[in-house]
Design a protein around this ligand. Structure first.
Ligand code: 5GP
Length: 120
């Protein structure tokens, strides 16, 4: 079971406009922005706007509208930053064993170069 949501996490602050981000794409339920410490030429994070720690509580509690919006936002963000032609990697660290640093669900989009077998 996912931990309780901490509304002081850094992505919650980005959503509230308390700290800036380099926005890529925004929808009713999702936001995509560039990672502050990119690990590949293109490194974008896509987050739901709702208070979800990781995939576990998102998949259990989010509405179908939020889930559909989020999945579409990931694909749309990838196209916006131009990684769709050559390919890209999606990754989401969820929970302690995955070393999730920010406790708000996020999917990483890595692209812009040939990627090794593992990233992050
Ligand atoms: P995780 O390890 O939780 O999967 O990844 C968290 C990601 O959030 C890291 O890649 C890290 O660089 C990124 N990150 C942490 N703080 C900020 C921030 O303030 N702004 C942005 N844009 N990215 C951040």
């Amino acid at each position: 079971m996912a931990a309780a949501y901490d509304s002081n996490n850094i992505f919650a602050k980005i959503l509230r406009g308390e700290i800036p981000c380099k926005k890529v794409h925004e929808t009713a339920h999702s936001l995509a922005f560039h990672d502050i410490n990119p690990l590949s030429p293109v490194h974008v994070l896509v987050i739901p706007k709702g208070p979800y720690v990781g995939f576990d509580d998102f998949s259990a509690k989010a509405s179908n509208d939020e889930i559909a919006d989020y999945v579409k936002a990931i694909g749309d963000a990838a196209r916006k930053v131009g990684v769709d032609a050559d390919g890209y990697r999606l990754l989401s660290n969820c929970g302690a064993n995955a070393n999730q640093e920010v406790p708000h669900l996020h999917v990483h989009i890595f692209g812009g170069r040939v990627l090794g077998r593992m990233l992050k």
